[in-house]
Design a protein around this ligand. Structure first.
Ligand code: TRP
Ligand code: ZN
Length: 880
């Protein structure tokens, strides 16, 4: 091995590079600065000599000048904490290379060359979980967005597409299974205790889609025959002992493959599709070509250890990553500003899939709830950004609810305006035009315009403007006419003071009060600041149902007469609108109480509406369960200019207790009735489980002693995790004798099952118990707690940060605990640490005393030396 390391060239400290230390002058990447690459890499060959402590990587890059790029004799190969052990050009040792920070620069004389660089990496020491790392004795990779540069020097940008040949060799005992992208080309066993495998991926891809897995794994194998007659071998790889919990993931995968053929005309394109489950993972899952890598929590499920919600999450994440094969892999992103091109579209695709697999209306309500609780606060806070951002310091910080969920809503609006068939034509055109390319959001919009026959000129503003539009609604009646006046305002957001009106598609219906019916739904597109619409033939003032199905991601600001909301909550034939009416009824009541009103009449209206819902025989229980859920505290806070979390919590809990006491017999009867259904995964049985715990939640507020007994009985009799977790969640909030006993039982019963022990941490951190801060502090010292596993960190601290009465403790202790966590976690796992900053960033919209405490914690974090770029960017933007 020729070691040509030049001692005169500054190599940088790999330790420092590893933590991505915040630069003095922060590096700001701007969308408008995009330039095509000067060099392309049509072919790559990687050779891995695998070891947990040390892995040697030899990378051979066939590079060629890009005819569409600038002419530059220097090729930039990004690195992150790498040292070149050997650099060759066209087979000859090369001395022309230099380091520019962490990047390797090589001057090349001609138009095409072969570059070979050898590096050595330390997977076991990689706690950031980006690049090649060790998890439970196995090796795996995570390269999106910029992790490949931690494995090999390479132009780490998504517009450089290459075909990959990957050879790996390693100890047969440690790594009996060797996987990479594409198809297995060859394998061998030299008889010295090692073995090797060679994988070839025929589809050009950016390096963020590269993956490698080596470890002791077992597979659930199956197969799928595509619409074109290709037989695909499917395998879900897990640790021995987890095999029995992979059936739901496999079924979800086969359903996804079939659905994408039928609904989007997308066929799979390799002979193999592998999924690997790993327990140390920064996000949910990753769509690496032909080798998806998953967080175990989105693969493993059985009734004893997974809730109905967990089953749904597995189904949707399996679908999401599979759908990326077309929306993300075959057509990828030109640069990371285009992230929503693949993520927004793929989220929409997985949402539509889940709608088709189960209850479409319940799925829609759940998706809107996620948007409102996660994305609306983002859009109204210091981290607000358009679905196509204009600049970033660290791209990992832009894997957000805005890019993903609002991105999906924006494409859903195009579908609503075009209609499903025309939208499909637009999608077909997009895939046809851009197959094999690195595309932009603009390319997508143009394909939908051309294919679906829409004019989206003004609609493009949805990609450029941040902030949730506020829609004001006025309905007047007179002379047999109803006149509807709609107005919009897009609020100012950081860096965007002035906004222009956007096209807002609104599905609406006008109900006749007497008959309880309407004359058909209409689609109105509000494309100006204000417009009036007249509807003839209404002798009586109609009841307006607007933004049905949540056709646009806007906040409707309108004080609706209580009677109209009660009417819609009982009669609206659009299930989302019915849910919405119930939510509005509660929001109007609670905001009145928070404003100091006594709220008695509003409370009675909520009580009557809820009682009707509990007993409506026409409702299925899954939908009934949705209608029973009170708006969350984060969403309530969004309704107020300045929120007092204590007052919100008090008002909401007060209403719950009043409802629980007033409707006690009904909740009790519902709990009993729901307990009679046997276990099943069908909608009826799932619905029964959902309302069962919902009933318990209300009873716990209204009659804690009664609820404690019922919860303990439900826990003990449970033959599934949904009932057991629901009961324990209720008990964890009560000062009941069964609390300690059953928490201990749960801990012991699932000893060794990491995903269920995560639940044990979450249940306690999310509880309504008055001593939750003390509980969380004790749990952080528990032997099962570790900062090295992101699932465990999130199970304790995300649950805590999302628990308003704990996080917003008036003395600021909750803020201090989250800030301590960020500081401690940042050097270990910067990406995960940075995700805890946004809860503190809400300070501007919180009452003054708490606001000052939150800000003080952000300032304390900002003074820490050597913060990661991830955390530094989030803290600075939050301070504003
Ligand atoms: N592309 C992945 C998804 O489906 C997101 C992802 C997985 C990711 N792991 C990551 C993003 C690590 C950033 C860093 O949606
Ligand atoms: Zn995705």
């Amino acid at each position: 091995m020729d070691i040509v390391q030049d001692p005169t060239v500054p190599q940088g400290n790999p330790e420092q590079a590893d933590a991505a230390a915040a630069p003095q002058a922060p590096r700001i990447i701007r969308r408008e600065d995009y330039l095509p690459p000067a060099w392309l890499v049509p072919r790559v060959s990687l050779d891995f000599a695998l070891g947990l402590q040390r892995t040697r990587v030899s990378a051979v890059l066939e590079v060629a000048r890009n005819p569409d790029g600038a002419s530059d004799p220097v090729i930039r190969l990004n690195g992150d904490g790498l040292t070149p052990l050997s650099v060759r050009v066209d087979g000859e040792p090369n001395n022309s290379w230099t380091m520019d920070g962490a990047d390797l620069l090589i001057t090349l004389p001609g138009a095409a060359h072969e570059i070979t660089v050898v590096t050595e990496i330390e997977p076991a020491a990689n706690s950031q979980l980006m690049g090649l790392y060790a998890s439970n004795g196995m090796l795996c990779t995570q390269c999106e967005a910029e992790g490949f540069r931690r494995i090999a020097f390479f132009p780490d940008r998504p517009d450089v597409l290459s075909t990959y040949r990957v050879r790996m060799s390693g100890d047969k005992g440690l790594f009996p299974i060797l996987l990479s992208n594409g198809n297995l080309a060859a394998s061998g066993d030299p008889g010295d205790g090692t073995h090797w495998a060679e994988w070839h991926d025929p589809w050009p891809k950016p390096c963020y889609l590269f993956a490698l897995v080596a470890g002791d794994l077992v597979a659930n194998r199956d197969s799928f025959v595509t619409c074109g007659g290709r037989r695909v071998d499917l395998a879900i790889w897990v640790r021995d002992g987890d095999l029995e919990r992979t059936g739901h993931a496999m079924q979800s995968l086969k359903n996804s493959m079939k659905w994408d053929e039928e609904t989007f005309g997308r066929e799979y394109d390799l002979d193999t599709f592998n999924i690997v489950a790993v327990s140390d993972f920064n996000m949910g899952a990753m769509e690496n070509k032909g080798l998806n890598i998953f967080n175990t929590r989105y693969v493993l499920a059985d009734p004893e250890t997974a809730t109905d919600g967990d089953y749904d999450a597995v189904e949707s994440v399996i679908a999401h990553e599979y759908f990326h094969n077309w929306s993300g892999n075959r057509v990828t992103c030109r640069d990371w500003f285009q992230l929503s091109l693949k993520e927004g579209f793929t989220v929409l695709r997985d949402q539509l899939f889940s709608q088709d697999m189960g209850s479409a209306s319940v799925k829609r309500i759940e998706d809107v709830r996620i948007l409102r609780s996660a994305q609306f606060p983002e859009d109204s806070g210091p981290l607000a950004h358009p679905i196509r951002p204009d600049s970033y310091q660290e791209i990992s910080n832009f894997y957000t609810a805005t890019v993903y969920n609002k991105g999906a809503e924006v494409i859903r609006m195009m579908r609503t305006m075009a209609g499903p068939d025309a939208f499909r034509k637009g999608c077909d055109l997009y895939f046809e035009r851009h197959d094999g390319q690195a595309a932009t959001c603009e390319d997508f919009i143009r394909a939908i315009e051309d294919g679906a026959g829409l004019d989206l000129s003004q609609f493009r503003l949805w990609y450029a403007q941040a902030g949730t539009p506020k829609l004001t609604v006025k309905l007047e009646h007179g002379g047999g006419k109803a006149v509807l006046t709609l107005a919009q305002a897009v609020p100012a957001t950081p860096g965007q003071a002035e906004k222009r009106p956007m096209p807002i598609p609104l599905r609406l219906a006008l109900f006749d009060r007497e008959s309880g019916s309407h004359r058909g739904e209409q689609l109105v597109v509000l494309d100006a600041e204000e417009r009036g619409y007249t509807f003839d033939g209404f002798a009586q003032p109609p009841v307006l149902s607007i933004n049905r199905g949540f056709s646009a991601p806007v906040a409707v600001e309108r004080h609706v007469p209580e009677a109209d909301l009660v009417f819609l909550a009982a009669h609206d034939d659009d299930p989302f609108a019915r849910y919405e009416a119930m939510q509005s009824l509660v929001v109007q009541h609670l905001t009145a109480v928070i404003d100091g009103g006594d709220g008695a009449s509003g409370r009675a209206a909520v009580g009557d509406a809820l009682a009707a819902i509990l007993e409506d025989p026409a409702l299925d229980d899954l939908m009934r369960g949705e209608l029973m859920i009170l708006p969350g505290e984060a969403y309530l806070a969004e309704q107020l200019l300045i929120a007092d979390p204590g007052a919100i919590h008090g008002a909401r809990e007060g209403l719950k207790a009043w409802l629980g006491a007033n409707l006690k017999e009904r909740f009790f009867a519902l709990h009993q009735r729901a307990g009679e259904a046997g276990f099943g995964r069908d909608a009826a049985a799932r619905g029964a489980r959902k309302i069962r715990t919902q009933a318990l939640v209300y009873l716990a507020a209204g009659d804690p002693a009664l609820a404690a007994g019922l919860a303990a009985a439900q826990y003990r009799a449970a033959d599934n995790m949904t009932d057991r977790q629901g009961a324990l969640m209720v008990l964890a909030g009560l000062d009941a004798p069964e609390r300690e006993e059953l928490l201990a039982d749960f801990r012991a019963r699932y000893d060794g099952n990491a995903l269920v022990i995560d639940k044990w941490f979450s249940i306690q951190a999310a509880s309504l118990h008055p001593n939750v801060l003390e509980h969380v502090k004790a749990l952080a010292r528990h032997p099962d707690f570790t900062l090295n596993n992101p699932n465990r960190v999130r199970s304790l601290y995300m649950a805590f940060a999302a628990n308003p009465h704990a996080f917003h403790s008036a003395d600021g202790e909750g803020y201090r605990m989250i800030a301590d966590l960020i500081v401690d976690l940042d050097p270990i796992n910067a990406q995960t640490a940075a995700r805890f900053v946004p809860p503190l960033g809400r300070w501007r919209r919180i009452e003054p005393a708490r606001s000052a405490l939150m800000r003080a914690q952000l300032e304390r974090i900002s003074r820490v030396d050597r913060l990661s770029r991830d955390t530094y960017e989030q803290v600075m933007r939050s301070l504003g």
